[in-house]
Write a protein that binds this ligand. Structure first.
Ligand SMILES: Cc1ncc(COP(=O)(O)O)c(C=O)c1O
Length: 398
């Protein structure tokens, strides 16, 4: 068979959406027939700053004309620029960062650092947590469906119920290197942490000498109404990871650590060929300009309140299929009485792209740019679909 006859396929790890996307701008995407969709999927939350945000595009283009490849062993102006901008938005005592390419890789490095610095082997994570698909990140990800076939993992992870202060207090002991914590659980079902739980979590970590790794990959960078979602909880990480929106659509992630941890890391402890690529740094630099100059967190908070209010009306009207509204800021969803897959497909045919969280949540991760008109379209479309939905046509019903 010659190369022309071969039909090479992408391994279908994701259920095909049967939609060919041609272009995207701001909060919208267009298919190959020119049809426009309101994008509340945003590539699993990546395009939170809007597709092709002009400041991000401009910054990447400028960098392309200068230098596209340089590892962190070399100094570059774009690295200095990005570090200077990051220093203004990272938690105050985080003095060291490392750049990587995906959320999973950042989680992986955070775990390596915790192991190396504490000398301990065990991790604590939460039921319904999601931290990624590489082996380290998967070992602290709860969903048995994702873990199946990959166990045993190289270390023990204790999964504790989320928002259970007593459980976390008894789980974190002197064997635990770190606790991995999402301030708002995303993939697991859009559950925000309570203040009481966050306080108990910090106390438990401090008492046991375990690190608190805060995973801001989905909730961070303004989406919940603060730059970092953990700011709602008045807590601070020892190690923080971020990804998705920070590059405005460009694949990049960061690990930030407190000075006391960063000073204990040595040459050779980690490395990455593409981590800290100049184009990725330019994307972060442009992304931070958008975040700061356009007051993204406060806009998110305001639009999140409006969208949440509209979704609550939908739930009231469609209580035969909908239970309640979940989430925070522009990380919102409706908990249905069944799996949302068919509803998501139907919404797509009506021009609205959404995704799923947990087993029964219809998840919306819109860009911060959504207008009042978009919010109305989103709520009206969901209402139109759910109001005539027969519970038995949507899944198991419970
Ligand atoms: C909270 C959280 N952590 C980590 C990850 C993994 O990120 P990536 O898919 O970029 O590896 C995700 C992805 O959805 C996430 O939501």
């Amino acid at each position: 068979m010659n190369a022309l006859e071969r039909s090479l396929k992408i391994i279908q790890f994701a259920k095909p959406r049967l939609l060919r996307l041609s272009r995207a701008y701001g909060q919208y995407v267009w298919d190959d027939t020119g049809r426009k969709y309101l994008d509340c999927h945003t590539g699993h939350g990546v395009a939170f700053l809007g597709h092709r945000n002009p400041k991000v595009v401009e910054s990447i283009k400028r960098q392309m004309d200068l230098i596209m490849t340089a590892t962190p062993a070399f100094q570059t102006d774009i690295a200095d620029e990005t570090l200077s901008k990051l220093s203004k938005i990272l938690p105050s005592d985080m003095d060291y960062v490392f750049f990587l390419n995906s959320g999973s890789e950042a989680v992986e490095l955070a775990m390596k650092i915790a192991r190396k610095v504490t000398g301990r082997k065990c991790f604590v994570s939460f039921r319904n947590s999601f931290h990624g698909r590489t082996i380290g990140a998967l070992s602290v990800t709860w969903n048995p469906k994702y873990r199946e076939g990959y166990e045993p993992f190289p270390w023990e992870t204790i999964f504790v119920p989320y928002n259970d202060a007593n459980a976390i207090t008894s789980a974190v002991n002197e064997n635990v290197a770190a606790v991995l914590f999402e301030p708002v659980q995303g993939e697991g079902g859009l559950t925000p942490a309570t203040q009481e739980f966050a306080k108990a979590l910090v106390e438990a970590c401090e008492k046991a000498g375990a690190f608190l790794i805060i995973d801001e990959v989905q909730a961070g960078f303004g989406r919940t109404g603060k730059v970092w979602a953990h700011e709602h909880l008045n807590i601070k990480p020892d190690i923080m990871v971020a990804g998705k929106s920070i590059g405005g659509g460009f694949p990049v992630s960061i690990v930030a650590v407190k000075a006391s941890i960063g000073e204990r890391l040595r040459e050779g402890d980690h490395g990455s060929t593409h981590g800290g690529n100049p184009l990725a740094l330019a994307a972060i630099s442009g992304g931070i300009d958008v975040l700061v100059d356009d007051s993204v967190p406060s806009k998110s908070s305001l639009s999140g309140e409006k969208l949440s209010a509209e979704l609550r009306k939908v739930v009231e009207c469609c209580s035969h299929v909908a239970r309640n509204v979940k989430g925070k800021g522009l990380m919102l969803g409706i908990e249905l009485r069944f799996a949302p897959d068919e509803v998501i497909r139907k919404l797509q045919t009506k021009g609205l792209l959404c995704l799923k969280a947990g087993t029964s949540v219809l998840r919306l991760l819109p860009p911060y740019l959504i207008t009042d008109e978009d919010i109305r379209f989103c709520a009206d479309t969901i209402n139109e679909v759910l109001s005539v939905w027969k519970p038995e046509s949507g899944g198991s019903g419970s």
